[in-house]
Design a protein around this ligand. Structure first.
Ligand code: HAM
Length: 412
């Protein structure tokens, strides 16, 4: 027997039932984005590899281990996008969006790719929803962007969510602190995990994120960045906090918060959900004031976030009933089947959702199918050439002319 195909490791199919929940999530996100003036954008599913190397950072897990990189036929190195912020910034620079009124507020949704070890809530192809406000360094932008994700989570009804907040300071101010942190790590090198030890010079902040026991002990009394912010960074952070409080967004300060991408400056945040296991972050982000300049654009401060669609769905864990059809057309015998198909086409063009049997079912089978499609009404072409309309809720029936059905069921 021929070998059966399976979806590649870490990927999955979304079947219609599950799709209904995704659609609801996207619709809710679209409303939240539209209300705050974030416009949908889309960038390609792959980019030049150097965009991520330069944007996300060579010392990050994403660039070191998780990218799906391939060569095209012209010998160029391309990578399936592991995240959306570097591509959006590339698009901002390439399309001269700095000439528009600032900040430019963009939203996106789509598939992303990381070669990670698959587990619940962690996949090799997953979906993100994201928002970026590019071209403002004001704490007002931080507060608006964070509130946006908070409102989305609230509106979807995701239970058990906590917002964690911190500041990484600006790049210059951070340098001095990093020196201190490196000395702390070097002094206790033999207690650290190999991974953390290897990256002391490249990316010492990641040590805060380690679940290695020895490393955790070393980090418990490590110097903390929040105690080392300069005056401007500290004031910025205070304002962000005050604005969030004024917008009734609750948060906790987490001085050990770090993120897996190198571009962050100042505010960082993470929404975690206690209903999820190890992969508990449903979304997060922060400021990236240096990224656009790093990608060859003008100095442009910005802030944004991305949320994992699959993680939100896991946290919601409730069924969404797909909306039923307006009408099901059933046919007794075979004589009227062509008429039924033609009427279905006409009604669909008029905006009515209609299903008609394509499988040669008996009238009994068709009535069962009408129930399954959750149709509000069924039009039955009877064997004698007459027709009747049945209300599937009340079970009441009335004789009708098929030509009058549109008028009878057209929503007011
Ligand atoms: P990130 O934290 O790497 O940030 O990813 C954002 C969200 O994507 C995570 O919180 C998680 O919910 C989801 N996610 C990440 N990896 C996976 C995976 N392998 N499987 C399932 N879900 C996953 C970013 O990507 C930044 N671009 C966010 C950002 C936007 N920062 C500023 N603007």
């Amino acid at each position: 027997m021929a070998e059966k195909f399976k979806a590649p490791r870490g990927t999955f199919d979304v079947l219609p039932q599950a799709m209904a929940r995704r659609e609801l999530l996207l619709r809710t996100a679209a409303e939240v984005f539209a209300r705050a003036g974030y416009d949908w954008t889309a960038t390609p599913a792959f980019e030049g590899t150097d965009l991520f190397e330069r944007g996300v950072g060579k010392s990050t897990d994403i660039v070191r281990k998780e990218m799906f990189t391939f060569e095209d036929k012209g010998g160029r190195s391309l990578t399936l996008r592991p995240e959306g912020t570097a591509p959006i910034c590339r698009a901002y620079v390439e399309n001269g969006m700095h000439k528009l009124a600032q900040p430019v507020k963009l939203a996106y949704a789509g598939p992303f790719f990381r070669h990670e070890r698959p587990q619940a809530g962690r996949y090799r192809q997953f979906h993100q929803l994201g928002a970026e406000a590019i071209g403002s360094d004001s704490p007002l932008a931080d507060a608006e962007v964070i509130t946006l994700l908070s409102d989305l989570v609230e509106e979807l009804g995701v239970p058990g969510v906590e917002l964690r907040l911190s500041s990484l300071g600006s790049l210059d101010a951070r340098r001095e602190y990093l020196g201190e942190l490196k000395s702390h790590l070097h002094a206790r090198e033999d207690e650290l995990s190999d991974d953390v030890r290897e990256r002391i010079e490249l990316n010492p902040l990641r040590a805060f994120d380690s679940d290695h026991e020895g490393t955790k002990a070393v980090m418990a009394d490590a110097p903390q960045l929040l105690d080392h912010l300069d005056t401007a960074d500290s004031e910025h952070f205070t304002e962000v906090r005050e604005l969030l409080t004024a917008s009734s967004v609750e948060y906790t300060i987490d001085p050990t918060l770090v993120r897996g991408l190198d571009y962050y400056t100042r505010t960082i945040f993470s929404f975690v959900c206690d209903r999820l296991g190890a992969q508990s972050e449903i979304g997060g982000g922060g400021r990236y004031d240096g990224l656009i300049a790093q990608l060859g654009g003008p100095h442009t401060p910005a802030i944004g976030w991305a949320a994992g669609v699959e993680r939100i769905l896991l946290a919601l864990d409730e069924e969404v009933v797909a909306p039923g059809r307006d009408l099901y057309i059933a046919v007794e015998g075979d004589a009227e089947r062509a008429k039924a198909v033609a009427l279905a086409a006409e009604l669909r063009r008029a905006g009515i959702s209609v299903e008609v049997d394509l499988g040669g079912r008996s009238i009994k089978g068709q009535m069962k199918q009408a129930d399954r499609t959750n149709a509000a009404r069924t039009l039955i072409f009877e064997a004698g050439g007459t027709a009747r309309l049945r209300d599937m809720g009340t079970r009441e029936q009335q004789p009708v002319e098929p030509a009058d059905v549109l008028e009878l069921i057209r929503p007011a």
